[in-house]
Design a protein around this ligand. Structure first.
Ligand SMILES: Cc1cc2nc3c(=O)[nH]c(=O)nc-3n(C[C@H](O)[C@H](O)[C@H](O)COP(=O)(O)OP(=O)(O)OC[C@H]3O[C@@H](n4cnc5c(N)ncnc54)[C@H](O)[C@@H]3O)c2cc1C
Length: 303
């Protein structure tokens, strides 16, 4: 399937350097990525704030290769939260633990995460931890669990597609963390993840009810009308008010729906990626909607 090919392409370093170096792709990249610099991301955050939309800034980059790189990424994140506090209050940051070194040294990663959470708490910015491929899923969950007692407002993304997610959620029953429910964006083996879109959607609907019943201030990261409508109904049924949860969407995707939800009185937060390492992120967005690929390929060949 084309989505599988794109997800495999997302991990191909040769293709990454070929595509990233191509100036013609800039238009397509700009649809999904706020810019290469923090300043550009802040400008996007301020523009969205003026439309009543909150943001979560994501400094692009994943899977660092050594501890020096993970420490540098942590420093950049700390600079981001400090800038947010001054210039875009209310924004959160979204971080991938592979960027903070979980694949290199989980203990060093835990220290980096702690350093980021301390610096964020000092300026009143909240941190959201993305959930990545299952190869780092378990360590991510453990790092989050360890950090939670000191930083209980930290939010973790949970993937509906993963077969072990209901069990993970059960293990959170007493802790009641903040969660972001998403379908799951990575190529996973059938033994670990649901692959059928209808099954994934059904699981998303089921987990929506669970999360609304058990977790404070949840976030629902989806652009799917079926999931969105279900969240609205499930929230009413659970007695959770419109301002007591968030819809989250990706920058450049379904902007009409983002604005409509704001008009209806819901909280909306848009995930705003920025930075130079946009290639794997963009490939995952192509995989979610292969129609995007046509525009992208046209830009690569310059037509
Ligand atoms: C805020 C946020 C944070 C996320 N964090 C994570 C994470 O930490 N880990 C993770 O694995 N995944 C994450 N994801 C991605 C998620 O797992 C899905 O891959 C993605 O949201 C697509 O699923 P969907 O629920 O929108 O439904 P889909 O059924 O895929 O899409 C529904 C409709 O939305 C539109 N749409 C969806 N994606 C696109 C796109 N790329 N381009 C154009 N239109 C599109 C189309 O109209 C489509 O018909 C995140 C998503 C969001 C919104």
């Amino acid at each position: 399937m084309i989505s599988d090919l794109l997800l495999r392409a997302a991990q191909n370093k040769k293709l990454e350097s070929l595509v990233s170096g191509n100036a013609l792709t800039r238009g397509t990249v700009r649809r999904f990525v706020a810019g290469v610099s923090l300043q550009e991301a802040i400008r996007v955050a301020q523009r969205m704030n003026s439309e009543g939309i909150d943001v979560s800034l994501d400094l692009l980059g994943e899977s660092v290769e050594d501890l020096a790189e993970s420490a540098a990424a942590t420093d950049q994140y700390i600079e981001t939260v400090q800038t947010i506090a001054e210039r875009a209050p209310g924004a959160t940051v979204s971080v991938k633990l592979s960027q903070l070194g979980i694949g290199v040294d989980p203990q060093a990663c835990a220290k980096n995460l702690d350093r980021l959470l301390e610096a964020s708490a000092a300026v009143g910015v909240l941190v959201e931890v993305d959930m990545e491929h299952s190869s780092v899923g378990r360590p991510t969950l453990e790092a989050f669990r360890d950090a939670l007692p000191r930083h209980p407002q930290t939010r973790l993304a949970i993937q509906a597609a993963m077969r072990h997610t209901p069990e993970d959620l059960e293990s959170f029953t007493d802790i009641k963390p903040r969660l972001r429910l998403v379908k799951g964006a990575f190529a996973e083996p059938l033994s670990r993840a649901l692959r059928d879109r209808k099954e994934i959607t059904a699981q998303y609907l089921f987990l929506t009810d669970w999360i609304l019943a058990h977790c404070p201030y949840p976030a629902f990261g989806t652009h799917d009308d079926v999931c969105i409508e279900n969240v609205k109904k499930a929230a009413v049924a659970a007695g959770v008010g419109k301002r007591d949860f968030e819809f989250q969407m990706l920058y450049g995707v379904r902007r009409d729906v983002q604005r409509q939800l704001v008009r209806e009185g819901y909280r909306v937060r848009v995930y705003v990626p920025f930075g130079t390492q946009w290639y794997p992120y963009l490939m995952r967005r192509m995989a979610e909607r292969p129609a995007n690929l046509l525009f992208f390929l046209r830009s690569v060949v310059g037509r």
